[in-house]
Design a protein around this ligand. Structure first.
Ligand code: LLP
Length: 437
């Protein structure tokens, strides 16, 4: 998919660049992003909303993959950006991303994060709870600013997804509950705080969702709530944000819907609930992360050792693992892989891909059908663009891999591989600890 293909040498090529050349030039493990595919995904969202004729913002959820070059792409594609920490905010600002298009999320924004974001004049805070609501108002008052906010609502919609990544249900650390009246109370309080400007409400029902139903129900609940709030409190929302969560294909059995289908379901649910009763249709905002970058990323690894346990399993170890992709260990996430240097060869054996970390749980793929694998082969794991680099760690003091963008036969390094100096860069040896040797 995307610009990936097999070239005349039988090598996997992405963005017109031979992956064996990438491995030779930048080393492995290496995250490779198909830039054309990232931009295509951005445009699919933007164009689907344009087709609806409604006002909208597509905010890339930068948690999926937040580096300065990515912020540039998001800016160039005319989208907004959602951040959840001072680090993501700093990255966006350093990249020159327009502050007014930044939305700040999170259930525990610190005072210094709120100050930093207000000083930068970001576009909007998505306020998560009562403590934050009053804290933000106080900080804004101190700075004599009026700050735009959305309130994060927990709509009580449970999306069909892995338990750890569903956030729309009532027992959640996020947001104001729709069920117990706290959402209603938050609107009342927010509209009385003079340094806050309440734009509207936000919900996010989960991640890696394939059905439109969850989005449709969430959109309906939010619309009903907005109408009730207007009738009872005379507060009108100009924005309804429905979060992210659009599923992508990790393995061939996955069947995500085209972006346009999700967007159509959402815009139709919103328009059919407003309009008729004189309520102006609010702007619709969404926050896709995974669906922007997920399937555009491929990780290249070099195969090292193998261990054959006859009649049981063959382990094939690569030069990365849970440090660059913690998702299999964390969420039992599944991936597909192929040999990038012998991409035309028929699969002959089922093997399991192990990482190099010192624990048994460090497995990338259980049971993948590959040609005869040997040390030095280049393994390509697909759909690693989202929540891989952004969740990478230095466990075992392994250096995090570099990231390249490929496009039209050209490769650009956008994140360097970490250095040994960086590995020990924050370490301090107290002066009293002398060398004894
Ligand atoms: N908006 C909010 C408020 C969110 O919490 C999230 C994701 C998104 C947008 C973007 O969701 P997406 O479109 O990427 O599904 N680390 C997990 C995923 C955690 C998602 C957290 N929130 C994983 O690797 O699957």
């Amino acid at each position: 998919h995307g610009t990936s293909k097999i070239n005349d040498l039988g090598h996997l090529e992405i963005g017109g660049v031979d992956t064996t050349k990438l491995a030779a030039e930048y080393g492995t493990p290496l995250y490779v992003f198909d830039e054309a595919l990232v931009r295509q995904r951005c445009r699919e969202f933007v164009e689907a909303f344009q087709a609806s004729g409604l006002k909208f913002q597509v905010a890339y959820a930068s948690k999926a993959f937040c580096v300065m070059a990515m912020c540039r792409i998001v800016e160039e594609e005319g989208m907004s950006l959602d951040v959840v920490s001072d680090g993501e905010l700093y990255t966006a600002l350093q990249a020159g991303f327009p502050a007014e298009r930044i939305h700040f999320h999170g259930n525990n924004k610190t005072i210094s994060e709120m100050e930093m974001a207000i000083d930068a004049k970001i576009g909007c805070f998505v306020v998560d709870n009562f403590v934050e609501l009053h804290m933000l108002n106080a900080i804004a008052a101190e700075k004599r600013q009026k700050v735009k906010i959305l309130l994060r609502i927990t709509p009580g919609v449970e999306a069909h997804t892995h338990e750890y990544i569903s956030t729309g249900q009532t027992d959640s650390k996020f947001g104001f509950d729709l069920g117990n009246g706290s959402a209603y109370r938050a609107i009342e309080e927010a509209s009385q705080l003079s340094n806050l400007e309440l734009l509207g409400i936000h919900s996010h029902i989960g991640s890696q969702i394939f059905e439109v139903e969850g989005f449709r129900i969430a959109a309906e609940k939010m619309a009903e709530f907005a109408i009730a709030v207007r009738n009872q409190l005379q507060v009108t929302f100009s924005v309804i944000n429905l979060g992210g969560g659009f599923g992508i294909r990790y393995v061939s059995e996955d069947t995500p819907l085209p972006v346009a289908v999700y967007v159509k379901a959402i815009t139709e649910a919103i328009t059919s609930n407003f309009g008729s009763n004189g309520y102006p249709v609010p702007e619709i905002w969404v926050e896709p992360g995974r669906s922007i970058v997920g399937d555009a990323g491929t990780t290249l690894y070099t195969v090292g050792t193998t261990k054959d346990i006859p009649g049981v399993r063959k382990y094939v170890a690569v030069d990365g693992g849970m440090t660059d992709n913690p998702r299999p260990a964390l969420y039992e996430a599944v991936y597909e892989a192929g040999l990038a240097n012998r991409a035309t060869e028929q699969p002959v054996e089922i093997v399991s891909i192990a990482g190099k970390c010192c624990e048994s749980g460090d497995m990338l793929i259980w049971d993948v059908n590959l040609p005869k694998v040997a040390a030095g082969d280049l393994l390509a794991v697909s759909s690693t663009g989202a929540y891989n680099y952004s969740m990478a760690s230095n466990y075992n003091r392994i250096r995090r891999p570099g990231v390249v963008f490929v496009k039209d036969g050209q490769s650009d390094l956008v994140v360097k591989r970490e250095s040994f100096e960086q590995i020990v860069g924050n370490d301090v040896i107290p002066a009293r600890m002398k060398h004894v040797s």
